[in-house]
Design a protein around this ligand. Sequence first.
Ligand SMILES: [Zn+2]
Length: 133
Amino acid sequence: MSQGLIHHVEINVSNLKSTIDFWSWFLEELGYSPYQEWEKGQSWKLGETYIVFVQTEERFLDIPYHRCRVGLNHLAFHASSRKQIDDITSKLKEKNINILYTDKHPFAGGKEHYAVYFEDPDRIKVELVAPET
Ligand SMILES: [Zn+2]
């Protein structure tokens, strides 16, 4: 019974290629599989939820995304373990992906909240959270 769970999330992006490079790696680390693919978009699915990224039309690119404005602030994902947070954090560093709140990492969300926060190419904030121990 999936009633009420998120069916899918669709996000418009400024540069689909950069988005695909970033998200394909991250989502496949989490067990998502490529789902739909077309000229202007791509999606990945895990269980009954999928995430879609769509190239924003040129005429709407004048105002960039900003997570402090009205709209999406961040997306948070479940990790399998604290070790997975550590492994992903190392890979993020290798990939030169901007990690947020490094001064408080991995407890930027509180002392019971083991997580890594980073930014996608449009600076959408992404959070990966370990299960409570
Ligand atoms: Zn959060």
